[in-house]
Ligand binder design. Structure first.
Ligand code: FMN
Length: 201
């Protein structure tokens, strides 16, 4: 793979909030899961379980847990034919110890990396995803039989985008987010030098 091909894939991934009802091929789901399985994690703890929910009754019940009556944020979730629930497991003892000593929540960092691996592979498969962090955790736990010792980290909606066209990204510029050598250091880099369009892509 050429370096610019990976960057193109990253640019192509976006949060898809309108889906076609078409089912998703199992082999594609499995490749997305394999990409997630290969993600790095602190002390290689791999503190995750992925629950694929494609039975429509269960999936719709789960989708309903991503909305609150006072804030129906994720109404689109019902459209997606598949949801993948990423469960955060208790990590191995080295990661747990490191987390205490260094005051860092490594499993949640690990979860984010694995989720993005999943979503990038989905993009490569021509599929759309949206990570959902807004949901009723207790409800999801009960619905899927997730034990108390584990946390429901994210729900990823998966399916074919209703509108597969690429969309421009709303992102801070390179100048705003990059510093060289110290927090107060120069930014130097201009987004345009990397993207050719001032960082809008
Ligand atoms: C941890 C996390 C939680 C998110 N939760 C939601 C959510 O509940 N509902 C939603 O529509 N989008 C959610 N998103 C998607 C973000 O809104 C989206 O990634 C961001 O606006 C950038 O847009 P893009 O993904 O299209 O590039 C979440 C993203 C992340 C990483």
């Amino acid at each position: 793979m050429r370096a610019d091909e990976f960057l193109s894939l990253v640019r192509k991934r976006r949060s898809v909030r309108a889906y076609r009802p078409d089912p998703v091929e199992k082999k594609k789901i499995l490749r997305c899961l394999e990409a997630a399985r290969l993600a790095p994690s602190a002390c290689n703890a791999q503190p995750w379980t992925f629950i694929v929910v494609d039975e429509s009754h269960m999936k719709n019940a789960l989708a309903d847990l991503t909305n609150d009556s006072w804030l129906p944020l994720n109404r689109f979730a019902r459209q997606a034919p598949v949801h993948v629930v990423v469960v955060v497991e208790k990590p191995n003892w080295t990661s747990s110890l490191g987390a205490v000593v260094k005051k860092r929540d490594f499993p949640w960092i690990d979860l984010g990396i694995a989720a993005e691996h999943f979503c990038l592979q989905a993009t490569a498969e021509g599929l759309g995803t949206c990570m959902l962090g807004w949901f009723n955790e207790k409800g999801a736990r009960t619905l899927l039989g997730i034990p108390q010792k584990s946390r429901v980290g994210l729900i990823i909606t998966l399916g074919y985008a209703a509108d597969p066209a690429d969309q421009p990204k709303q992102r801070k510029t390179m100048e705003k987010i990059v510093r060289w050598n110290s927090y107060a250091g120069e930014s130097f880099v201009k987004s345009e030098a990397v993207t050719g369009d001032g960082g809008r892509s």
